[in-house]
Write a protein that binds this ligand. Structure first.
Ligand code: SF4
Length: 462
């Protein structure tokens, strides 16, 4: 008998990645329209957990309005002799994987960002109670993570209860994040890798260090260590740092070797502290996207919760698509909010001196960790709406990026017809591709000095 014989829909890895469009959804739980939503795992004592008990606080699935959107929380309590608090983060991250195994369930994101849809088709097949979701979760957890001996699961749709527990969850997330603050990457020999997102982004591997949090913002270095100890062959594993190859960019031989092996050679080099060259890969679960704005030579940062358009006119979804999928795309860099609190944050690109725009809500969250000048220098949607306005803002604030523009200022020399000659210029380029004679030369983070640059208009061949 199958483990899921009593579940009205199929359960299996083939349903991971299933997308449920608005027209096909029975109900939406959490998501961008709900300010309060959460998923939380807590480690408990054996006698505090009633094994496989599932509770629903508020209306059950069948009583929720068709096509509606409701506040939502998932609270899971686990117990076992090897369970410790540091295992909460990785255990919690598995909710994403396991719920996505259920036919007709789409689960996105993590922690306070969760967004779940239930399909009409699965609802009509009988998936009309959270009890089924609880049964699947309990059985998968116990079969996949043997350190879990007892588990009880609560689903919450009652708005007041969601809000109350969301506030408590926020404090717990903050305490987890704060634990690694103050530690340095230089102080440890081991980093941790995570390949949980490879089902969506096959060439992605998160490298989790004390000073670079996992992209999804839900697995810290401590969480990685605890997980790798109890389940070393699982998707979270130890990485021996190896040799330090570049301190500024954050290149380590151990990371390069591991990612090469874990991505079957697709990615063989990673620079941890930059969004250019060989940046850390971006899956699709990152909390925020750092996006380069070439006009001002600085980074904008936008998080998943920002509903408007950014200063370059694009929303989070478009910018996220530009870098997602396990790729290393220059200037599109998936990050966790916690990484913004790290002294290694975009270190090789200039750190906070290179950040020019972010939503006010993100600024409020990380303000305490920003250099004083940056708090005034980084614009938000309340200061500027366009790149032109941003340019004026940055000049007025004498933002450090303005110095870069000065370096690029050139004295124009007389040009002949159809040509433009620029004498004695020095301009920094983040990435430039020059194609000539069948070769492509790519300059990354280069500063090019030239006695003369000739720009010729290409005459179309007749
Ligand atoms: S974003 Fe990274 S750490 Fe988080 S689940 Fe995906 S691979 Fe793991």
């Amino acid at each position: 008998m199958s483990m899921f014989e009593d579940i009205p829909v199929d359960v299996g890895v083939i349903y991971e990645g299933e997308r449920i469009r608005r027209n096909n959804m029975q109900v939406e739980l959490g998501g961008p329209k709900q300010p309060a939503k959460f998923e939380l795992v807590r480690a408990k004592k054996m006698d505090e957990v009633e094994d496989e008990k599932v509770t629903v606080i508020g209306p059950d699935l069948k009583d929720l309005p068709e096509g509606g959107n409701v506040p939502f929380g998932i609270y899971i309590e686990v117990a076992g002799k090897d369970i410790e608090e540091d295992l909460e983060g990785v255990t919690e991250r598995r909710i994403h994987e396991y719920l996505n195994f259920i036919e007709g369930i789409m689960h996105l994101n993590q922690r306070y960002d969760i967004w779940i849809r239930v399909s009409k088709k699965s609802f009509q097949k009988g998936l009309n109670s959270f009890t089924y979701l609880g049964k699947v979760l309990a059985r998968l957890y116990k079969s996949e993570l043997p350190f879990i001996e007892k588990i009880q699961i609560t689903f919450i749709t009652d708005p007041a209860k969601v809000k109350e527990m969301y506030d408590q969850a926020a404090e717990i997330y903050e305490a987890r994040d704060a634990k690694a603050r103050g530690m340095k990457d230089e102080e440890v020999d081991t980093f941790y890798g995570c390949t949980l997102c490879q089902s969506f982004a096959p060439t992605h591997m998160c490298v989790i260090t004390p000073q670079r949090y996992s992209n999804c913002g839900s697995i810290s270095w401590f969480d990685g260590r605890a997980s790798a100890q109890v389940d070393p062959k699982g998707p979270v594993f130890a990485i021996n740092k190896g040799d330090l190859l570049d301190a500024e960019k954050g290149e380590f031989s151990g990371i390069n070797e591991t990612i090469k092996q874990k991505t079957l050679g697709s990615v063989d080099r990673v620079w941890m502290y930059t969004g250019f060259g060989y940046p850390h890969t971006s899956c699709g679960c990152f909390e925020a996207m750092a996006f380069y704005i070439p006009e001002v030579e600085g980074y904008g940062i936008v998080d998943r919760g920002f509903n408007g358009v950014t200063v370059n006119g694009l929303p989070f979804s478009t910018l996220a698509d530009s870098g997602a999928g396990g790729r290393q795309v220059d200037g599109f860099h998936g990050i966790a909010i916690e990484y913004m609190r790290s002294p290694k944050f975009l270190q090789a690109d200039g750190g906070w001196d290179r950040v020019v725009w972010m939503p006010q809500s993100v600024k409020d969250r990380v303000k305490e960790f920003m250099p004083k000048e940056a708090i005034a220098n980084v614009a938000t949607e309340n200061d500027v709406k366009t790149v032109d306005e941003l340019t004026t803002f940055l000049k007025e604030k004498s933002h450090p990026v303005v110095q870069r523009w000065k370096e690029a200022t050139v004295e124009a020399a007389p040009a002949t017809e159809g040509e433009e000659a620029l004498d004695g210029i020095a301009f920094p380029v983040s990435t430039a591709t020059v194609a000539a004679g069948g070769f492509k030369i790519i300059f990354i983070n280069a500063k090019i000095h030239a006695e003369k640059v000739i720009i010729k208009r290409d005459k179309p061949k007749r």
